[in-house]
Write a protein that binds this ligand. Sequence first.
Ligand SMILES: [Ca+2]
Ligand SMILES: [Ca+2]
Ligand SMILES: [Ca+2]
Ligand SMILES: [Ca+2]
Length: 282
Amino acid sequence: MLAGWNTSQANQGGDDAVDSDGDELNRDVEVILAKGEDNNTIDFGFLKYGSVGDYVWNDLDADGIQDSGEKGIGGVTVGLYDDQGMLLKTTTTDTNGCYLFDSLMSGNYAVKIADSNFASGGVLAGWLASPANQGSNDKLDSDGNEITYKAAVTLAVGEDNITIDFGFFARGGGQGCTPGYWKQKQHFDSWVKYKPTDSFAAIFGVPYNLTLLQALEKGGGGKEALGRHAVAALLNAAANGVSYYYIEREIIAMVQQAWATGNYETPKNLLAAENERGCPLN
Ligand SMILES: [Ca+2]
Ligand SMILES: [Ca+2]
Ligand SMILES: [Ca+2]
Ligand SMILES: [Ca+2]
């Protein structure tokens, strides 16, 4: 009847009529009755522990969804934090990529993929986090913040939540198509997710009031050169069949940094080098 339940703390609060009296380990209490005394204050409270899990996986297509054919990643160090940011426990994923923190009281927690996994020689060195909360099935999505690798979770009493999952994918590289490729009309069918008429300012979050196509076509150095290469980079990162070094959010962050600091040259050179690696599209 009470398998999996745990004894409440004894003698909490000041009212013996509503507290729990059972010893927490032995679940017994000594009662001495005076002659003729009725004692109806001996109560036993039980509570159920909860758990959080359960999966870290190789998100091959980087879409943030656990697809068939994508496997778990073993040996990943995972930490459990309380709502004050204190590390409570750590564990490691098994060979199937599964982890579980159990014997948990109700409350607010965070699960975080430890930074040490990403250090040189670590299981996830060179890997990138999948986008969080894609699709509508929490059992199949990734939950970690893409920068902090952390996911918040609130447990009710006795709740088991095994929907806290983390997708990672290996960084690509070695391919890229130039601004000259992407601006040609006959290649518009290779554009994925973005359209030639989309606003550069809206997508990159900087005050550069051109469409993506206008930015690709715009001549000049400095800001204009970065604009051309940033659009090409974004299209390379989003394209099907291009193994591109940078991912979209990194390219957007580079552009924002350039506009904030006025240094357009460094990111332009980095993106241009990748855009000129060779175009696998036709
Ligand atoms: Ca996937
Ligand atoms: Ca989710
Ligand atoms: Ca999930
Ligand atoms: Ca899961």
